[in-house]
Design a binder for this molecule. Sequence first.
Ligand SMILES: Nc1ncnc2c1ncn2[C@@H]1O[C@H](COP(=O)(O)OP(=O)(O)OP(=O)(O)O)[C@@H](O)[C@H]1O
Length: 265
Amino acid sequence: MNKTNNILSTEDLTIGYKRNKGNHVVGKSISLALKKGEVVCLMGKNGIGKSTLLRSITGVQENLGGEVFLKEKSLRKFSLSQIAQTISLVLTDKIEPTNLTVFELVALGRHPYTNWLGTLSQKDEETIVFALSKTDLLSLKNTKVNELSDGQMQRVMICRALAQDTPIIILDEPTAHLDIQHKIETFQLLHSFAHELNKAILISTHEIQLSLQIADQLWLMDNQGITTGNVDELVKNGEINRIFDNPSIQFDHQTRLFKFINLKK
Ligand SMILES: Nc1ncnc2c1ncn2[C@@H]1O[C@H](COP(=O)(O)OP(=O)(O)OP(=O)(O)O)[C@@H](O)[C@H]1O
């Protein structure tokens, strides 16, 4: 694979978990590429391995084989601080109860750049205010994090990732707690990060209809592996059905909606 345009890529990657009696392989022979200025939506049924993949390509979890590259250099050759200056990761884990304000939590995104005391420079302050403004959180900046709703909290975590000022942002189910309006707004926001700020955005999600509207590329994960391509291509050739293993659920490429087919008729 030509890696020159890729900000992140994988080569023959095997992901999964080490166990005493043989490894639990979740995916193998995975070769993928992320580019700046693009939104990629990663989809697949529950338990197929999306979170495992995200943790594996960000160095949070050890790979069972193969290689991850940032530009043309192996991820193994990067220090933790260098990785943190390249990739922001937004996970679904609940954060520990904290007395921090929204501003202070977002400021933690500057950690890879600050000294050990966490002293903020003028550039750090400006980047935090930019992130708060872009995510429409300026009015909440002095609110205690433990007073936020789940939806507001999810926006704050996206804001922190933006404050981290990395070319890549990877998010695991960032709209899980949101109502439909906030789901749409979050997808629009992430789309603007890619298309206005030239970031590479990778989102693991179950929001199929929204993904079809905003994604530049889809990564469809099933038991056979990961199929990649642009949305129109995958819709047209029926590959989108890969995310279901139930033949009675099918994607209608004309209406771009899923329909339930009664196979007993
Ligand atoms: N810490 C772990 N140790 C061992 N196996 C794990 C661990 N976490 C997940 N798995 C297993 O790895 C497989 C993939 O899980 P993963 O959480 O990556 O799926 P997912 O696609 O993100 O699912 P969902 O859509 O439900 O969030 C599953 O079989 C799961 O049981």
